[in-house]
Design a protein around this ligand. Structure first.
Ligand code: HEM
Length: 405
């Protein structure tokens, strides 16, 4: 284990959540991987270097197998109160699976998420965007996440799965709690509530099938036995949560980045042809996902000078990799014209984000139409007072007050 750093870092306090980049820069200087303790008391290896992050995400010996995870997890919990059932009713999904299960589960929905199929949603996404902007028009100030960035992606993903919109507030609360990564009772209660809700929904859709992705999945489960009931519930959960916990922050973080960099905003307003690359730069500069989900080593993993032993938990800091000066010149600078290829905001390897084409399309339409509709869009809060959500996974604001008039 030559070169293995042993320093433990208390990793997630408020100042870190608000600005993880300073600490990441410091960590990268002393090595590409570090042993840290999460707020839940879990000891993990945090990977902060770009090359090392990509290598770990692409290595088939680094596992996401949810069933095998429990034993490794228990070994690394430093706070005994946190030990217990990790696996729950919502966890039998592709992001918790290795091949061949991963391959089987992902294949069931891949076709629905190709760039070509997603492009067909463009008119409907434009329509939803226009409706939301209409509702904002005439107001002096709005909270942009509530008024715009949240309802857009949740409406799109609910329509794609033909999930009723009525329960979306409850859904948002459960989802926020589950994604907090705190591992406490509230998180377990929210998981149970969400699972109960999805079970009822599946029963309802079984009785009333439609021409939608959810009904197709139920059919794949009932007729061809291609996924079991737990996998079905978990798939719906993953798509719904992944479909709205992230894109809201692409829009929110992207708009904030622009409002804090008037030169970049002016350049974009002058030429919307820059928008596709600007979206990639928002993802690189202040992406919606701070760290990838937990993985574990099944054999020693060599990352340059560092060797992570077998049966250790690995956390890849995507936000750090995206600001590694070894890969991106002047990484802390927002530059919507810079080369952005290779950023890891959507992950890397077999778990690379299934929803990337959808997220990009929603982000482009949302930001373009918002800027067009409100030429005087501005921040209505002191940037230092903006507060970020306390989650180990997502990186997004709690609120984004903006002026429109
Ligand atoms: C996986 C980011 C939007 C569905 C991932 C991963 C990342 C990510 C980093 C990999 C996690 C890991 O390896 O641990 C994002 C970002 C988004 C976004 C930044 C918005 C800007 C979406 C949307 C959907 C979606 C709209 C649509 C339903 C998924 C799914 C996976 C995934 C299903 C798991 C893929 C697998 O395990 O093979 N996403 N995501 N994501 N994402 Fe996204």
């Amino acid at each position: 284990m030559r070169g293995t750093p042993t320093t433990e870092v208390r990793w997630l306090d408020e100042s870190f959540t608000n600005d993880p980049y300073a600490l990441y820069a410091e960590l990268r200087k002393s090595g590409p991987a570090h042993q840290v303790v999460l707020p839940s008391g879990l000891k993990v290896w945090l990977i902060t270097g770009y090359e090392e992050a990509r290598a770990a995400l692409a290595d088939p010996s680094v596992s996401k197998d949810g069933r095998a995870f429990q034993a490794v997890f228990d070994k690394h919990v430093t706070n005994p109160a946190e030990r217990g059932e990790f696996a729950d009713v919502l966890s039998a999904h592709m992001l918790n699976s290795d091949p061949p299960d991963h391959t089987r589960l992902r294949k069931l929905v891949t076709k629905a998420f190709t760039a070509r199929r997603i492009e067909q949603l463009r008119p409907r996404i434009e329509e939803i965007t226009a409706e939301l902007l209409d509702q904002m028009a005439g107001k002096d100030e709005v909270e942009l996440l509530d008024a715009f960035a949240f309802p857009l992606p949740i409406t799109v993903i609910c329509e794609l799965l033909a999930v009723p919109m009525d329960d979306r507030d409850a859904f948002r609360d459960w989802s926020n709690t589950i994604i907090s990564g705190r591992g406490d009772d509230a998180m377990r209660d929210a998981s149970m509530a969400m699972a109960g809700y999805l079970t009822q929904l599946i029963a309802h859709k079984r009785a009333n099938p439609g021409d939608d992705m959810f009904s197709a999945l139920i059919q794949a489960s009932d007729e061809d036995d291609r996924l079991n009931e737990a996998e079905l519930i978990s798939m719906a959960f993953l798509l719904l949560v992944a479909g709205h916990e992230t894109t809201v922050n692409l829009i929110g973080n992207g708009v904030l980045a622009l409002l804090r960099h008037p030169d970049q905003l002016a350049a974009l307003r002058a030429d919307f042809g820059l928008l596709p690359n600007a979206i990639e730069e928002f993802l690189r500069y202040e992406g919606p996902v701070n760290t990838a989900t937990l993985r574990f080593t099944t054999q020693p993993l060599r990352l340059g000078e560092v060797v992570i032993p077998a049966e250790e938990i690995v956390l890849v800091a995507l936000a750090s990799a995206n600001r590694d000066p070894g890969r991106f010149a002047d990484p802390d600078k927002l530059d919507i014209t810079r080369p952005t290829s290779g950023h890891v905001a959507f992950g890397h390897g077999i778990h690379y984000c299934l929803g990337a084409p959808l997220a990009r399309l929603e982000g482009e339409i949302a930001i373009r139409r918002l800027l067009e509709r409100f030429p005087n869009l501005r921040l209505a809060a002191d940037p230092v007072e903006l507060s970020w959500r306390g989650s180990t996974i997502v990186h997004g604001l709690r609120t984004l007050p903006v002026g429109l008039a």
